[in-house]
Every structure is written in structure tokens, then in C-alpha cells.
Design a binder for this molecule. Structure first.
Ligand code: PGA
Length: 255
């Protein structure tokens, strides 16, 4: 019912030449796993080379951020029209951007609307801090992030959006969240919130990834949860072997 999507978020890794060599090796290995949507998100400067190298393959390209204006005096920013034709997806609201670049829910919402207006598909990342988790605030906080991100987005655009639930304390720490707990948070704080906004019929088709220290040895436990439709992967997406393994595991568990 929901095609799983596994996306590699390369963050600030790989030069354009390294990125191109990497996807030339990766793409043939991923070709056969057509039950899974396969995406790589290189740094901006590597996107043209990666996008050209992946033309005609099954692997799609995403960006790691996008500005909400089309053009203007916004030094260092990249706009949706600049990405159009090069990428299909764009990660919006990653916790590192929320933390380092001040991307609030309001900004995330503007970026999502701008991306959609230019035919780019947002991967909207949400997730609580360790302090919020320990204070029992996870569901309230994540639900609020979802309402903020989707504010004013009409129902007919919602299925172009993927949500990534990434508890901040699980990102890059090797300490992944417990799959059964993640499943419940996704169901209650994300899918139910979307159902409240758009109705059950829409909410049940929205794809929701887990992210945070996803590795080949824990992927199966996440993917076998009914509410988890793939993963947003940092560290383990940087090696051909481990990223291929994540996709293979996902494909094997997809009927
Ligand atoms: P990680 O990163 O897999 O290295 O924990 C995930 C992410 O930040 O998307």
C-alpha cells in the first residue's frame, strides 16, 4: 500500500568526484530492488554530477535543504527553481538545520510549500531532543512539529510529502530508538495528527520513515514495524555495501 523509501542523507560528505564515483558503483547494485524507492541526497555541489550519473537508473536524487524564495539577496542559499530538474526530493527540517541554521517550524512550512510549488517532493524531518524524550514530551512535541510543517498545505499535495521521524538523540550516536516505541510514536503523533488534519483516507497513504543510527543490523526490526515505511540514513548511507544492504533488507521484507 505504501512503497518504502530509503534515502541516504550524505550530510557534508563526499566531493563531487567522490560522489559521482560512488553512485556509479552503487546504481547497478540497487537496480533490482524495485519494491523500494531508492534515493541519495548529496551535498549541493555534487548534485549535478550525481544527477547526470544516475540518469536512466532506478536511483533518485534529493537535496538536503532548499530556500523558500525563488531568487534574491539570500547569500549562500539554493532555491527550488535551481534544484528543479536535478532532484526529485528535498530534505526539509533536518534537526541539524533546525539546530545550526535556525530552521523553525514556520520556516520548514515555507520551504515545504515552496518545494511543492516547484514540483519537488519534501522529506520533512521531525523529532524530539533527549531532554524532551526524558520529560515524556515526545508525542506532544512531534505532533506540534507536524502541524507546523503542514500548516496550509492542501490535502491534494500531502501524498507528495514523506515524513522522517528522527529522534535527535538517535542521530549519529549509534543509539537507535526502540522499533516498537518508534512505531507507536509514528502512529500516535504523526499518522493520527495527519488524520486529524486531512482525514484517515489521506493519512493512511503518507509514507513515514524512521531515522537515527539505522544500520544493516537493526534495519529489519524497523522495517517490519507496520507504521515504518523506510529510513532516512546518515552514516550507513556513505558506504556502498551498507547502503545496498539496507535496501536489500527493505526489499526482502516488502511484499
Ligand atoms: P545517522 O543519521 O543514520 O548517521 O544517525 C541520520 C540522519 O541524520 O538523517
Amino acid at each position: 500500500m505504501r512503497t518504502p523509501i530509503v534515502a541516504g542523507n550524505w550530510k557534508m560528505h563526499k566531493t563531487p568526484a567522490e560522489a559521482e564515483a560512488f553512485v556509479r558503483e552503487l546504481a547497478p547494485l540497487l537496480e533490482k530492488f524495485d519494491k523500494v524507492e531508492r534515493v541519495v541526497c548529496p551535498p549541493f555541489v555534487a548534485i549535478p554530477a550525481v544527477s547526470a550519473a544516475l540518469k536512466g537508473t532506478a536511483v533518485k536524487v534529493g537535496a538536503q535543504d532548499v530556500h523558500y524564495e525563488d531568487q534574491g539577496a539570500f547569500t549562500a542559499r539554493i532555491s527550488p527553481p535551481m534544484l528543479k530538474g536535478l532532484v526529485e526530493y528535498v530534505i526539509i527540517g533536518h534537526s541539524e538545520c533546525r539546530r545550526d541554521l535556525g530552521h523553525t517550524d514556520e520556516i520548514v512550512n515555507k520551504k515545504a510549500k515552496a518545494a511543492l510549488a516547484h514540483g519537488l517532493k519534501p522529506i520533512i524531518a521531525v523529532g524530539e531532543s533527549l531532554a524532551q524524550n526524558e520529560a515524556g514530551e515526545t508525542e506532544t512535541f512531534v505532533s506540534q512539529q507536524i502541524r507546523g510543517a503542514f500548516d496550509g498545505i492542501p490535502a491534494d499535495r500531502v501524498l507528495s510529502i514523506v515524513v522522517a521521524y528522527e529522534p535527535i538523540w538517535a542521530i549519529g550516536t549509534g543509539r537507535s530508538a526502540e522499533p516498537g516505541v518508534v512505531n507507536e510514536i509514528i502512529r500516535r503523533a504523526i499518522r493520527n495528527t495527519l488524520a486529524g488534519l486531512y482525514g484517515d483516507e489521506v493519512a493512511k497513504y503518507v509514507r513515514i520513515q524512521y531515522g537515527g543510527s539505522v544500520k544493516p543490523n537493526n534495519m529489519a526490526d524497523f522495517i517490519s514495524q507496520p507504521e515504518i515505511d523506510g529510513a532516512l540514513v546518515g552514516g550507513a548511507s556513505l558506504k556502498v555495501d551498507s547502503f545496498t544492504e539496507l535496501i536489500r533488507i527493505t526489499a526482502d521484507l516488502t511484499v
